[in-house]
Design a protein around this ligand. Sequence first.
Ligand SMILES: O=C(O)CCC(=O)C(=O)O
Length: 232
Amino acid sequence: MPGRKEFAKLYFGNAVIGVVKELLGLNLYDPRSEEAIVMELLNLLVSPSGGQDFELRWHRDDIRWEVDEEEEQRQLAEKSPGGRQAHTQYNIALFDDESLVVVPGSHRRVRTEEERTADPYQEELDGQVVVKMKAGDAVFYDSNIVHRGIYKGVDWQNGEKGRMTLHGSVGLYGHSEERAKNVLQHGVGDWVDRDDAAFDGLQGKCWDRAEGMRLRLVEMGRGDDLGYSLDG
Ligand SMILES: O=C(O)CCC(=O)C(=O)O
């Protein structure tokens, strides 16, 4: 993929991984903390072209909306044992971006009655925050926060600028089973164990980190029989 090396440098570099480690409660200066994190995903979220808008419904990434309160509580506790974050997701805006909408704190509690019964595309939920990012800003979050994405269509061909945001996640090793479906449903298991998936553009400690994180993802398997976190 063109630019692969630059994406790898960003994903595995200290600027992002330093924040990830802090959020996951790891000691930044302990070399063993390198072994506690697993490669997950890096994508680019882009405004649709041709003027068509696009919206994602309210959701948590890895807990289905239909579950009852008891099951929701169980899964929240399973995916973040002791209220501790077992992964972190992030958006890094390349252009100004106001597409992500979240309900702060909702990743640590079951949904309110309003949230549970809301229209999937309801314009406003109590306490919601539109994440306003300037180019170069980053936001890190737990992807089981109640959230949605609203993408305004733009005319890229004629130079109109829209959303162009890097969207990544990193997991805590040892929580692989809980994260496996969420990560492997995107097909990464099909290629990540190939020899040519090694990070030839990276060097020194960054290469060691990248290779270690990749191999820990390979250990999670291909995910062929895990299905999908959400429907639709
Ligand atoms: O558009 C966004 O920033 C959020 C994307 C999203 O909801 C998701 O990846 O599940």
